[in-house]
Design a binder for this molecule. Structure first.
Ligand SMILES: Nc1ncnc2c1ncn2[C@@H]1O[C@H](COP(=O)(O)OP(=O)(O)O)[C@@H](O)[C@H]1O
Ligand SMILES: [Mg+2]
Length: 258
């Protein structure tokens, strides 16, 4: 049975999509079967994988129109990576869900028939703690939180942690913390080193050892519709996301042993 990981942080621009796309791609290169669900109406993960979000149905159609999620999956350039795109309609999904019964469980229901077909399913969340993010956290086994390496990294973190606790208490008692990954680390910036120390102090072993550096290849690759690993495999960005994938694979292997 695969694992469903929500990539969430209500702040925008912290690296959720970059992490979702490139971690998913790195695991797919390691021949793990991976599905990425673009759950942000902005559709950055969709376009970042070279798929035109205006021309296809997406997760909205499973969520609201009860289409089978299997019919919405798109192939990507990587054999082991599939994508369920976000289409523009997803913006309206929140409002359309308001009156529906079990509205927090819609995504979970959609994923049921496919959960055992993948090793990892990533959900790239929107920058809010809205009903979409709640659906992601209810459907997920764990949550991965990207934090940007800046002075304000920890600001706002209490909101998402509180949301996670609420979801655990009321809707998904099994939800675990996958970990916190620091992104956009700039080694020339003294403050960034301090932020890494603070986060490690705060989260202990829940902070990944891998820190993602600021790397221009990571911002260039989406405009070519490619994960960084297919754009510049030797770049620091590509190498660091492969390291992060390795860390997760090793942890999962240890978990199976114990
Ligand atoms: N490690 C990085 N180095 C350089 N630029 C990055 C890095 N991670 C993300 N970015 C850029 O920062 C912006 C925000 O990242 P993104 O992943 O879209 O954040 P979010 O999904 O949380 O809004 C994007 O333009 C992205 O290309
Ligand atoms: Mg995003």
């Amino acid at each position: 049975m695969g694992r469903i990981i929500a990539v969430a942080n209500q702040k925008g621009g912290v690296g959720k999509t970059t992490t979702s796309v490139n971690l998913a791609a790195s695991l797919a290169v390691a021949e793990k079967k991976v599905l990425l669900i673009d759950f942000d109406p902005q559709g950055n993960a969709t376009s970042g994988l070279g798929i035109d979000k205006r021309s296809c149905n997406g997760i909205y159609h499973a969520l609201i129109q009860e289409e089978d999620i299997r019919s919405l999956m798109k192939h990507t350039e990587l054999r082991f990576l599939k994508l369920v795109p976000a289409s523009m309609d997803l913006i309206g999904a929140e409002v359309e869900l308001i009156d529906s019964p079990e509205r927090e469980f819609k995504l979970k229901e959609c994923l049921k028939p496919i959960a055992d077909q993948f090793d990892y399913i990533f959900i790239d969340c929107p920058p809010s703690l809205s009903l979409l993010t709640v659906n992601a956290l209810v459907a997920a086994d764990s949550v991965l939180i990207p934090l940007q390496c800046e002075y304000y990294a920890l600001e706002g973190i209490s909101e998402i942690l509180r949301t996670i606790e609420l979801i655990k208490a009321k809707l998904n008692p099994e939800l675990k913390m996958e970990g916190v990954v620091l992104t956009m680390f700039d080694s020339r910036n003294n403050l960034a080193h301090q932020v890494v120390e603070d986060i490690r102090g705060h989260f202990g072993e829940k902070a990944f050892n891998t820190v993602i550096p600021r790397n221009v290849r990571l911002c260039e690759s989406p405009s070519f519709g490619k994960p960084v690993i297919l754009y510049d495999v030797q770049s620091k960005g590509a190498v660091s996301y492969m390291e992060l994938a390795k860390e997760i694979l090793l942890r999962d292997r240890e978990a199976v042993k114990s």
